[in-house]
Design a binder for this molecule. Sequence first.
Ligand SMILES: Cc1cc2nc3c(=O)[nH]c(=O)nc-3n(C[C@H](O)[C@H](O)[C@H](O)COP(=O)(O)O)c2cc1C
Length: 160
Amino acid sequence: MADEHALGQHSGTFFVVRGPVEPGDKRGRELGFPTANIALRNQSGQVGDGVWAGWAERADGTHVAAAVSVGRRPTYYGADGYRLVEAHLLDFKGDLYGETLTVWLGAHLREQQKYNSGEELIEALDRDVAATRKWIEENPASQLPDLGTPPPDGEVRRLG
Ligand SMILES: Cc1cc2nc3c(=O)[nH]c(=O)nc-3n(C[C@H](O)[C@H](O)[C@H](O)COP(=O)(O)O)c2cc1C
């Protein structure tokens, strides 16, 4: 009989958000962590702010591991920033602007933090990427649940 726990620590719940990649303010590139930004249409949403390990699914159906931030970037914008999804695709180089990306949030890694410097944020991002690499070992893209009809752009769907 299949072991139900064979999937590792993953609880089985995913949040999925999809939408066209919008230009950010390019700071991510300077920090060494470029991000694909997706606007959240429903600001209340079902998903809380935080940092997640997950997968980004490209328009051609391929998957790239991603460390994903959901929130208002308090380090730079205080509490007044608008909420967005920012996916840093691991080991990826290329231009995603305008492409429709489907982002799967699998494991909640931590809350959003206000850091005192770019250096502190970079250290946190390094840890997020390491945690994401661990998570994808146990949660390969081939085991993502079926999305069915995709949610409208910018709306968060909960699966499982
Ligand atoms: C994995 C990940 C974690 C992040 N965590 C935080 C955070 O805790 N606090 C914060 O202010 N911003 C966080 N950010 C957002 C960065 O501040 C943002 O990506 C950076 O400022 C670049 O913005 P840009 O894409 O508009 O250029 C995170 C981004 C990523 C990809």
